[in-house]
Write a protein that binds this ligand. Structure first.
Ligand SMILES: [Zn+2]
Length: 285
């Protein structure tokens, strides 16, 4: 483990501690507000970290949810780039988003530091390389689009990663990034217990502001940056009501209060930040 002495976003050496853990502190840069882990492991340890056990614990690869999310990302890309081409997935894991890309007509290529992830993706006949993006030395201007799905928070230098994506994208190429939102309602409510901190695996904790600044620093023009609200579903409401009232009364309660609940839910979604940030940006022409 080594100490991070300067903010990768603004260069400031001044930070304040938000949360202390055994292996690292989570600190906030006084200069720009970027939140990051004050100690990071050496790169060679990362392959070991993202083992078979890690993927079994954290990912439901190949699930319907993963396929649906992948299709959603492809739709977003296709809004910006109707003509599909070469797609790069940085931190591709077992290749769920590569599969979605393939099915949508892209020519996808994945990169991941985890040997296990690369093996899983290759078993699905996907084109995937093991290592960091920087170590690939892809040709400049060679991809039409790049995605990074909940991967930037695992990087030890996310600005360097974004710069390298920028180099490999053609002018006019589109970048899509998603990451947990430390400005989101769950992070604020749960504080040190927020599961987006995932100490030892996540090293950077972005808000919309700091993610936008990181992408701009790497040379991108922001097209769209939003947080995805965590919406209380009708089912959750029904379950809560049902627990208190029992089934027969639930329908009546829903008639009486349903509209109120919906309005409260919409107001909450409008006024608090969602738990994930999604960014779409372009390498300027
Ligand atoms: Zn800073």
């Amino acid at each position: 483990m080594s100490d991070v002495t300067r903010c990768v976003l603004c260069g400031s050496a001044r930070s304040k501690t938000l949360y202390s853990f055994d292996e690292t502190d989570v600190v906030e840069c006084v200069g720009c507000g970027l939140v990051y882990a004050s100690r990071v492991p050496p790169p060679e340890e990362l392959n070991v970290k993202y083992s078979k056990e890690y993927f079994e614990e954290f990912y439901g690869s190949g699930s319907e949810t993963a396929a649906g999310a992948g299709a959603g990302v492809m739709k977003r890309l296709e809004l910006r780039l109707p003509r599909k081409g070469k797609l790069l997935d940085v931190g591709c894991g077992a290749g769920d988003y590569l599969m979605a890309g393939l099915e949508s007509g892209w020519a996808p290529v994945g990169v991941d530091v985890s040997r296990h992830a690369v093996e899983m993706a290759r078993s699905r006949k996907l084109t995937v390389f093991e290592g960091t993006l920087e170590s690939m030395r892809f040709d400049p201007d060679s991809f039409d689009a790049a995605i990074s799905i909940h991967s930037i928070e695992h990087q030890t230098d996310p600005v360097a990663m974004l710069r390298e994506i920028h180099r490999t994208l053609r002018p006019g190429g589109i970048l899509f990034v998603s990451t947990p939102n430390i400005g989101g309602a769950s992070a604020i409510r749960e504080g040190k217990e927020w599961n987006g901190l995932r100490i030892g695996q996540h090293f950077f904790f972005f808000t919309r502001g700091t993610l936008q600044r990181a992408a701009e620093k790497a040379g991108f023009r922001i097209l769209d940056i939003e947080s995805q609200p965590s919406i209380v579903s009708g089912t959750t409401v029904d379950r809560a009501l049902g627990k208190r009232l029992g089934a027969p009364l639930r329908r009546i309660a829903r008639l009486l209060f349903g509209n109120l609940i919906d309005r409260a839910r919409n107001a909450a979604a409008a006024h608090s930040e969602g738990d994930a940030i999604v960014l779409t940006a372009m390498k300027p022409l």
